[in-house]
Design a protein around this ligand. Structure first.
Ligand code: CS2
Length: 490
């Protein structure tokens, strides 16, 4: 049996696996990170490691999981070491990441997270909890009707939501007389930092008005654009990497060479030299954020819903189909006029790079993974662009087509009749509508009437609703592939 990757086996790894080159015992904790998923392990953690390699040993990470202990339980026996495999099909570059100093699990030990944030060693907080962890409603405001939010608004003795935990931690910092923090949201939400600031101060203000003012005036919540495609790790990845390195690594993450992090220039107190490790600092990140959410993530969701219906499993296989690639290009042509410009952001180049990234067959990026949590993703990826296109009097047929594909997917049945699980906080509601309504016009109207996803003015827009309904009708009659070919030919 192979030994486990750990401090004890680190020295035995093959020489082509890069190992940390700094004095590991001298690394200090400076980052409190919420959300231990693969994205953090492949995006922010390697940047903190790059800083350590450059001699800045202030940015070790304490992680916190708000839900399951599984990542902590996998990392702990490995002394929090894991491999990052960067794969573009030709080259696989493997390095050991070692910046994680430990991990807390909220449900097991709720009393440790707040003091963790209110610790004098912590200088910045980073957050990757996916869209649903922000507890926002369709307008981007804190979802005060959500039970967990309501409970954190009533008492912060044992907060459970991410903004509630941050509110409690920051209020505690102020009580202890500690300096304010920079809280960096790294999730795919438009204006992620400002929205988080507003939720955190709203919850804090329900308990301590002057504390909430202190947070508002002193802590920084920069907006960010994060980008790196990180497929979920599967058994086969663990087996392949473990065989390669001669030690079992159950926490390995596989990703692409591309990585981008644009952070708004808004910080409180000490912060890492992000630029030195390749991140960009910008006064206005909105153009980057829009391009990323609407071109990359918008295309991802479009491919996910159309592809799942057509039984196409991965992104690279989707864009390998002429009609698949054609649909993505058509979407990009349609939404590009809604994007703002910025020096250094060349949309044509951005699209070319993106298509190449989508074609990376080494990643095996599953469309089912992207299809998850559509109700949380649609607003910033497709609904926002739809509203802007309507306002500008421009065509929006492809966006409507993608939304129709999402509606069709809510039945959990592919065009061949195969079943799949719809993983989404609203899945029971959308499943009920899918089962009870067959007429495409009625179904489109009912789904677009879900105010948690679509603003009422979209549901009241007869032209928009009837376009979605006619695409839905085509999906029902022809199946996704033929419906797309017909759509592109039209
Ligand atoms: C994807 C993103 O799963 C999804 O919803 O669209 O995770 C995407 O891969 C990243 O945002 C890329 O930066």
């Amino acid at each position: 049996m192979r030994p486990r990757l750990s401090n004890a086996t680190l020295a035995d790894l093959p020489t082509n696996v890069r190992r940390p080159q700094y004095d590991r015992s001298a690394l200090k904790t400076g980052v409190f990170h919420i959300g231990l998923g693969a994205f953090h392990r492949a995006h922010q953690a390697p940047l903190f490691q790059a800083l350590a390699e450059q001699g800045d040993l202030r940015w070790g990470v304490i992680g916190a999981s708000l839900q399951s202990p599984s990542v902590r339980d996998i990392l702990a026996p490995q002394n929090f070491l894991y491999t990052l495999a960067i794969d573009d099909g030709d080259v696989r570059d493997i390095s050991v990441i070692d910046v994680m100093r430990g991990a807390l699990v909220a449900p097991e030990d709720p009393s440790r997270l707040v003091p963790g944030i209110a610790s004098s060693v912590v200088k910045i907080v980073t957050v990757t909890v996916t869209e649903k962890g922000y507890k926002l409603d369709a307008s981007g405001a804190l979802a005060v009707n959500d039970n967990a939010v309501a409970s954190d608004m009533a008492s912060l003795d044992a907060p459970t939501t991410m903004p509630g935990i941050l509110a409690a931690g920051l209020l505690e910092r102020r009580r202890r007389g500690l300096p304010p923090l920079t809280i960096i949201s790294c999730d795919n939400i438009a204006a992620n930092g400002p929205k988080l600031r507003s939720s955190v101060t709203q919850i804090a203000g329900a308990h301590d008005r002057s504390g909430a003012d202190w947070i508002r005036q002193n802590c920084a919540f920069p907006a960010t654009m994060v980008d790196r495609i990180v497929p979920a790790t599967h058994e086969a990845d663990i087996e392949a990497i473990s065989a390669h390195i001669g030690a079992t690594d159950c926490a390995t993450v596989r990703t692409e060479p591309f990585s981008q992090w644009v952070i708004e220039n808004r910080f409180a107190g000490e912060r890492p030299d992000f630029e030195a490790a390749g991140a960009q600092i910008a006064n206005d990140i909105a153009p980057w954020e829009q391009a990323k959410l609407r071109l990359l993530n918008g295309a991802h969701s479009t491919m996910a819903y159309v592809g799942v219906l057509a039984s196409i499993t991965t992104v690279d296989r989707f864009v390998a189909q002429p009609w698949g690639r054609g649909l993505v290009e058509r979407l990009w042509d349609e939404v590009s006029p809604t994007l703002s410009t910025s020096p250094g952001l060349d949309i044509g180049q951005y699209r070319r790079t993106l298509m190449k990234r989508f074609g990376n067959s080494a990643l095996g990026h599953r469309l089912q993974q992207i299809a998850m949590d559509g109700s949380q993703k649609l607003p910033q990826r497709l609904v926002g662009p739809a509203l802007e296109l309507i306002d500008r009097g421009r065509p929006y047929a492809t966006v409507a087509f993608a939304i129709a594909a999402w509606i069709r997917c809510q039945s959990g049945r592919s065009d061949c009749g195969g079943h799949f699980r719809v993983e989404d906080p609203l899945a029971s509601t959308t499943a009920r509508l899918s089962v009870s309504i067959t007429d495409p016009k009625e179904l489109a109207a009912a789904m677009l009437g879900l105010e948690a996803i679509f603003p009422p003015r979209l549901a009241r827009d007869d032209a928009f609703v009837s376009q979605v309904a006619s695409h839905l009708d085509a999906f029902q009659r022809l199946g996704a592939k033929a419906a797309t070919e017909r759509f592109l030919g039209a």
